[in-house]
Write a protein that binds this ligand. Structure first.
Ligand code: AMP
Ligand code: ZN
Ligand code: FE
Ligand code: FE
Length: 285
């Protein structure tokens, strides 16, 4: 059986390993394919492509877009996009500037709460990559405001907490259309984050996005129960979507999650890549 990992983060966003390092880990883990899917950027793709060619592993160029829905944020994975696409880069630029503004608001809010963090601390930590809440959480630990990044999210940064600021400006439809214009496929990331109430509720959401052109669902995921994996797979069948999967590797930022195996039990069959390629070769649905 051959395996892959279609969801990883690098220093281009909030992962701690360089793109080349993530590719190397994929090779030592014995994977046949890997996707690099940084938050709202494709800046890590050139380095990842070079490393994958050198080390002989298949790379799917990707990204993970932050999308706004009524009850929070949704992540949509982009696969097999052209990283040079003007449409994609235009939208990424908008999202990146919304992200930067949001980070400034979060720092302002934290400052009001007596938890001052400077912009330069974040820039140093992010090594030029997209700055996100995990960087802010780490800065709070470094300053001794909290004991762990978990505590930083729980007490300050997660939705509903005092320094939470919503971020994204993209609608699901615009994200999907932009990914298609960039020649890629759009996949609903980790349905577990949707906080849906019942299977029928998830079904309804997926139906709506499938109608807008969604191509797949991330069924195999580090935090998914077998039940949710099964439900997601059944929705793929129902709406003619490609099942995918990945660890959501972040390196030191999420130390329990490893490339290819997530928390230990994850296995993403390579047939996911074949199904993506088949759909991609047909030019979408
Ligand atoms: P951002 O893109 O700035 O909204 O940050 C998203 C990142 O924060 C993702 O990598 C998430 O896994 C991480 N994250 C979100 N909620 C939490 C949480 N409660 N605890 C730890 N990390 C989280
Ligand atoms: Zn992340
Ligand atoms: Fe995500
Ligand atoms: Fe992710």
């Amino acid at each position: 059986m051959k395996y892959c990992d279609l969801h990883t983060h690098t220093t281009a966003s909030d992962g701690s390993d360089s793109p080349a390092e993530v590719i190397r880990l994929a090779v030592t883990s014995g994977l046949k394919a890997i996707a690099v899917t940084d938050h709202d950027t494709v800046a890590g793709i050139p380095e990842a492509l070079e490393a994958s060619a050198k080390l002989g592993i298949e790379l799917l160029p990707g990204a993970e877009l932050s999308v706004q829905i009524a009850h929070g944020t949704l992540h949509i994975l982009a696969y097999l996009v052209d990283p040079g696409s003007p449409e994609l880069n235009g939208v990424l630029k908008e999202v990146q500037s919304a992200r930067a503004k949001r980070n400034h608001f979060i720092l302002e809010r934290l400052n009001e709460l007596g938890r001052t963090i400077s912009w330069s601390e974040l820039e140093e930590m992010s090594k030029g990559g997209q700055i996100g809440r995990p960087h802010i959480a780490r800065a709070m630990v470094n300053r001794g405001y909290v004991r762990s990044t978990h505590e930083a999210f729980a007490g300050y940064l997660k939705k509903g907490a005092p320094a939470y600021i919503p971020k994204s400006i993209l609608s699901p439809e615009r994200a999907i259309t932009t990914i298609h214009k960039a020649g890629g496929l759009a996949v609903l990331a980790h349905p577990i984050s949707l906080e849906f109430e019942t299977p029928a509720h998830l079904d309804k959401l997926v139906a709506e996005w499938a109608d807008q052109g969604l191509d797949g669902i991330e069924c195999y995921y580090s935090m998914h129960s077998q039940e949710l994996t099964r439900l997601s797979l059944s929705l793929c069948k129902k709406y003619d979507l490609v099942p995918t999967g990945g660890s959501d590797y972040h390196g030191k930022a999420k130390p329990k999650i490893k490339v290819g195996i997530g928390k230990g039990g994850l296995r993403v069959p390579y047939s996911c890549v074949e199904a993506l390629m088949e759909r991609w070769n047909k030019g979408g649905r």
